[in-house]
Write a protein that binds this ligand. Sequence first.
Ligand code: SF4
Ligand code: MG
Length: 315
Amino acid sequence: MVSDVSFTIAAGQTLGLVGESGCGKSLTAMAIVDLLPKPQVYQSGGEISFNGQRIDSNDPKALKALRGKKVAVIFQDPMTALNPVQRTGQQIEEVLKLHFPKMDKSQRRQRSIQLLNDVGIPSPENRIDAYPHQFSGGMRQRLMIAMALAGEPDLLIADEPTTALDVTIQAQIVALLKKLQQERNMAMLFITHDLALVSQVSDHVVVMYAGKIVEQQDVPHIFSQPRHPYTKGLIAALPAAVARAPKTKLDAMPGQVPSIDAMPTGCRFANRCEYANERCEQEAPELTAHETGEISCHHWQTINEASTSGVSKNV
Ligand code: SF4
Ligand code: MG
């Protein structure tokens, strides 16, 4: 269950949403476009706004207009978005038909070729009638990006978009996303378990743990002054030499995320936190603002005073 998740992303900015597998990152993204498998999973608190407009409303018409058009999602596996038995061009043209009903057939064809070109598919006019399986994994990821862009979204949600790709291709896709984002002034929500990758793509980072935001700060601050014991642990697990290496797993920290049906009443990180005391076991910390971001920890001030004076345990 994901609770009390609120954040804002400005046009042209990237928000990195980081956490271990199963921490609720994808659920948060799905909540944004209302794709949650209801009623088992639901949004229990917080709000999600985009361009000042709440998008976690229950107005199905507003959400339908929003999905794809204002907000588009790309996933780890392009085949979740691509139809294997339909030609590439046709699939992009269908998205265009939906969002731009006034476009005629030849305009849609032209626009599709343009989109394939924008995402770096070589000689798109020759590739437009190929099937998805005739493309490599990296090229399929580009196709999915082209489809996502077809509706001209203001917000692009990228859910682990490079996790399945090898290092070189991963870097190319990330560079492509950054370039497209700048050209179009899109906001991007970049979801990943890879903290090193976040430092390359994001302006701001939200760290989630067990379905809750534990900390958020801009990129320079999160790396120079992480404040939550969990964030500190994640960063400490990234030795300087590999801090920028792709595929660094966050899962290196000892202990396990509490399971969904055994969520503690207190702090969800308590069983892994070396600073946990009785209060932590009993009372869930609230997300509170400080001068450079937000944090959810009862003892963050004491912990951080101790670490800056150099007398603390090394987290
Ligand atoms: Fe650790 Fe307590 Fe802070 Fe949770 S609230 S992170 S258990 S110190
Ligand atoms: Mg996920």
